[in-house]
Each structure stands twice: as C-alpha cells, then as structure tokens.
Design a protein. Structure first.
Length: 453
C-alpha cells in the first residue's frame, strides 16, 4: 500500500465510522426509549384499569379476582390502604417493592403516575393509581414489572446492533479497498510513467480511465511525453546542425590562417587569405547572432511590444534602406500599399521579418528582375506579400524551408552568406504576432511569401 491510498482509506473510514456510529447510537437510544416508554404506559394503564374496576365495586370478591388475574401475568399488583398497609398482593411482596412503595408522593393524581422508571438500576419499574370512591381515597393500586424482561429485550437488541454494525463495517472496508484501488491505481501508474519519462523513456502506456480528472491527467502525461520526445529529438538534430554549421567556416578559417602564416607566402596571397578569413568570421558572427535570436525566442524571453503602425511610411522606410543593394544587383523593387492601412505590430521585430524576406528575394533572383512588395487588406486581415521572379523553390523543398538550417542548394546559399536560419526566425516572429506565413513557388518563375495578420 502506498501513501495516498492509506490516506484516502483512513479518511473514508473515519468519516463513515463517525457517521454510522452516531446514527446507530441515535437509533439505539430511540428504540430503547420508546420500548421503555411503552412498557411504562402499559403498566400504568393496567393499574388504572384495576383502579376503575375497584372504584366501581370495592369488594373482597373483586379484589380477589384482580389478584388472580394478575398472578397469571409477568406484572404484579399490590393494593394498599390509604395509610400504606398492604391489603392484597398478587404475588409475594419483594423488599425492592417495599422500597419503591416508600417513595410514594403525598398527592397522587387520579390518572396515576410512574413511581419508578429506572429500569437500568432497579429490579422493578412501578406505577401507582389512587382508588377514589365518593371523593375519598380508598386505597392505592401499585403495579410492578420486573426490569429483567426489559433488560433481556435490550441485550437482544444490542446483539442485533452489534451484528449489523460489524457487517456494515466489513462492507465499508471492502468498499474502501475497492474505491482506493480504483482511485489510486491509475495515479500510481502515472507516477511511474512520469518517473520513466524523466529517465528518458517516452513510451508511456497508461490505461484509459475515462473522461474524469484522472483520465485528463493521464492524457496530459501522454501529451507531455510525446512533446518531450519531439523536443529532445529536435534538440539533438539542432545541436548536430549547429556543430556542422560551425565546423565549415572554422575549417576555412583554420586552413587559410595556416597558409597565411607560412614563411613563403607573398603579401598579395596573404591579403587574399586574410580577406577570406575576415569574410568567414563575418558569417560566423552572423550565425551566432541568429542562433542567439532563436534561443531567445525558444525561451520566450523576448517580448513583442505591439503598437499601431501606419503601414505605408513603415514599408517605404524599409525599402529605402535596402534600395542601395537592389541598385547594385540591378533588381527593381516595387511597393504597393494603400495609405489607410494600419496594423498592430512590433515595428523593430517586424522589420526583421520583412528585411529577411526581401533579402531572400534578392539573393535568389537574377539581375533585371522585379520584386513586388504588396500590402493589402482582405476581410479585415492584413496581407503582406513579397513576390520575386527568381529561380523558385522546388516543390519537394517547400514544406521544409521554414526548418532551421534547411537550405535548398547548400553550397550556393552558403556562398551567398545564407545560414538557413532566416526563414525559421521569420516564422517564429510572425507566429509570435499571432499571424501566419505561407509560401508558394514555381520553378524559374518566382516565389511568393505571404504573411497574414
Ligand atoms: P538562408 O539564410 O539560407 O537564406 P532561409 O531560412 O532564409 O536561409 O531560407 C531557407 C532556404 O529557402 C534558402 O536556403 C533558399 O534555398 C530557400 N529560399 C528562401 N527564400 C527564397 C526565395 N525567395 N527564392 C528561392 N529560394 C528561397
């Protein structure tokens, strides 16, 4: 047994035990009380009946009849004179009876009263009824009943209660065992599953326990396990990619540095090699910067500070910024954006998105082609489109280009200074803005990226 099931079982047991105990004691007392009350009133009624007969005819004959009648029963009648001397008794008068008769009050009402009701401690319960003829007390009818009968009755009742109590206790224990099993068994399995997950075993199998809270917890653990597995695989792939990406420029740098420092290298060559080293270092620092950006996004430590941005001047400024490069590559860039459009974006981070897309369009286009940047509103959503007339992206690569380090043509994009991280950063930033990005492309006709906010 483990802790929670013990706790639940003990709590349950105590709660039901108290509840059952209280109700049993209550029931028990009620039954006893009403039984004793019944006996007492029937004793008093019997005494009153004798009294009535005596009041109708107070003769020796009648008294004898009453004595004979009462001798047949388990009660006993005693008739006394007003001064207390015994006139008649249906059986032998016991000492305890005399003791009870001594506590007779001064005045007794006509309907009689109970003289002794302490069935627990006394040998008899007793009642008294006065016999009144012509407004004068002629004597008293005492009725006695042995309390043994009541005691027997009650001990029988106690036995029944004990059996019922024990049975319900047994039943309760069985139910509690089943219930705690039912509740705690899945919990134990889940705790074992989470232990296995933390050790790196993600193949959790948990039983289906329905749609209650425990079932939901189980489902969450399964989801957690599969998420963790994906995350772990992603991390491994990511680390492998990083080390691979770092290795290439480092190999170049090491190789050229090695040749440059040789004695026989002339100055012209050395300058060339230093130039390559400088270029590769630039690529490395760009890679590291982008990795840092990605890491920040993964940790959610970067914040998006959205503000209402007037899109036309915003895009004009961006395009102005990149136009020297476009002039150099003889690529035309055309902006199409109505004046009245506004969007809630983080201007700094969104500029990074647009710059990345425009830069890609330029990198993968030939001179004398055109790039369109179109901003428009469709059904309340802002669409931002960057369309080029470049070489396009093969259809089989399209689904993967937003992955980290994914490049269509590895050697060519490396030469162009690509890291393969740009689009994955773009996608994360767009999604952090609550938007989506789509891509479509056809071979040698061009590529279109569309952001929908
Ligand atoms: P990179 O830094 O290599 O450009 P990206 O993540 O920005 O990395 O892009 C991933 C790959 O998608 C690129 O290597 C390139 O092959 C392809 N790509 C991106 N944009 C375009 C485009 N406009 N035209 C053709 N290919 C593109």
């Amino acid at each position: 047994m483990n802790k929670i099931s013990v706790k639940i079982a003990v709590l349950f047991f105590i709660a039901i035990f108290i509840l059952e105990g209280i109700s049993m004691v209550f029931l028990h007392n009620n039954i006893i009380h009403s039984r004793v009350h019944e006996e007492l009133t029937s004793l008093q009624t019997r005494g009153n009946n004798h009294r009535e007969i005596l009041e109708a005819s107070f003769h020796d004959e009648t008294i004898r009849h009453i004595a004979i009648m009462e001798a047949q029963t388990d009660t006993q009648v005693i008739l006394t004179k007003p001064d207390g001397t015994i006139y008649m008794s249906s059986n032998k008068v016991a000492d305890e009876m005399k003791k009870i008769m001594n506590i007779k009050p001064k005045s007794v009402p006509h309907e009689g009263l109970i003289l002794e009701d302490d069935w627990k401690n006394e040998a008899y319960i007793a009642s008294i009824s006065p016999v009144i003829v012509d407004n004068k007390i002629n004597g008293y009818v005492y009725m006695f009943q042995n309390t043994k009968k009541i005691k027997d009755l009650i001990s029988g009742l106690n036995q029944h209660f004990l059996i019922a109590g024990l049975l319900s206790l047994l039943f309760m224990i069985i139910i509690i065992i089943f219930l705690t099993r039912f509740v705690t068994h899945p919990l134990i399995q889940m705790s074992e599953a989470t232990k296995r997950i933390s050790k790196g075993d993600f193949s959790v199998s948990l039983p289906n326990v329905g749609k209650d809270e425990i079932g939901e917890l189980g489902e969450s653990i399964k989801v957690l396990a599969s998420d963790l597995e994906i995350l772990k695989n992603e991390r491994n792939e990511f680390l492998a990619s990083i080390s691979h990406e770092l290795r290439t420029p480092l190999t170049y740098i090491k190789g050229y540095a090695d040749i440059a420092r040789r004695q026989g290298t002339n100055n012209e060559d050395r300058d060339k090699y230093l130039g390559i080293i400088f270029e590769e270092t630039g690529k490395l620092s760009k890679l590291v910067k982008e990795l840092f950006n990605l890491a920040k996004m993964d940790e959610n430590t970067f914040s998006i500070e959205k503000e209402e941005v007037h899109l036309l001047p915003y895009f004009q400024t961006i395009i102005e910024k990149v136009s020297p490069a476009f002039l150099e590559y003889q690529i035309e860039i055309v902006l199409e954006c109505p004046d009245h459009l506004y969007a809630k974006i983080d201007p700094m981070r969104f500029e990074q998105v647009i710059l990345n897309l425009i830069d890609n369009a330029r990198k993968y286009s030939e001179p004398k082609t055109k790039i369109d940047v179109v901003v428009k509103r469709i059904d309340g959503a802002i669409h931002m489109i960057v369309q080029d007339e470049g070489k396009g992206i093969p259809e089989e690569d399209l689904p993967r280009i937003f992955e980290r380090f994914y490049r269509v043509d590895k050697s060519r994009t490396r030469a162009l200074g690509g890291t393969g991280l740009g689009l994955s950063i773009v996608k994360q930033l767009v999604e952090a803005h609550g938007g989506a990005i789509e891509v479509s492309s056809s071979h040698n006709l061009g590529t279109t990226f569309e952001i929908i906010l």
